[in-house]
Write a protein that binds this ligand. Sequence first.
Ligand code: FA5
Length: 344
Amino acid sequence: MKERLQELKQEALEKIQAADDTKALQDVRVYYLGKKGQITDVLKGMGKLSKEERPVIGQLANEVRDTLTEALDSKSEQLENEQIEKQLREEAIDVTLPGKPVQAGGSHLLMDVIRDIEDLFTSMGYEVAEGPEVETDYYNFEALNLPKGHPARDMQDTFYITEELLMRTHTSPVQARTMNRHEGRGPVKIICPGKVYRRDTDDATHSHQFTQIEGLYVDEKIRMSDLKGTLNVLAKHLFGEDRKIRLRPSYFPFTEPSVEMDISCKVCGGEGCSVCKGSGWIEILGAGMVHPNVLEMAGFDPDKYTGFAFGMGPERIAMLKYGIEDIRHFYTNDVRFLKQFHRV
Ligand code: FA5
């Protein structure tokens, strides 16, 4: 029995050494030390031994079990460590590899043009005002001297939501809303950028949704010459010191007199070319002196207060400034188009 135990010990130690994964090691443990294992099997025969032999064999069996348990535990630890090291090696990140470049974003050209105009006017003491895009018929039309049934409502084909609610067709309702808030006291000096909507057919120069910037200055003794001076500053800021402006008589129900501002064509210098359709001038915006009815409806005394207003489309301004031929480029957001205006 002694020899058998020694033999089993030797055999088991060799198998422990040879085990190359935890599963094989567990099999060795069960085979030798398990309930039905080889050592237990040997011990079952202890009953047949003499009284003197029994403690000697018992002690030896314990020693063999302890030796094997120790060997199994240490091998198990070794295998676990090897496994962790292997995993670390496989999952290692090479921090020296070059990274993937992240595309840097930039503001949209339209936003740049709007901010540029905002900055110019805030530097002249104007405040930026905003209003809702879903507007009431009252503010979009009536408060601007366009009562129901007025033929000039057809100048702006409207998306109606209900009879009284609509998608604003211009930023002029922000004038009326802001003047109301001032409760008849000037000055009101605002610039209002925002989205507007019209049932226009989309083409190279028209969109059903576009942006406008409105300007309004109401105070005592505001005159047409103030409007002209302001528009001159705007035109030169946007298109260059060498550009001339001219004001042509026009019609808007909310201003009287009304004008349209043209700038001299940069391409031909006023001689006439295909860009300015031979006239030497390019139309930029609509403007005028606030109609007394509009002032009155907003609670201002038209005998005391006067004012000017103007409205322009930043898309058309950007198109002229950068030679963009199709307004739809602003909305399709092709990065190749947008990138040309941002050198990041
Ligand atoms: C107006 O909307 C007036 N509210 C402007 C105004 C304000 C006049 C204050 C007087 C006093 P108009 O309909 O012309 O005016 O539009 C103003 C600008 O919006 C145009 O000059 C043009 O640049 C732009 N615009 C008009 N319709 C479209 C469209 N479908 N797509 C793109 N831009 C447009």
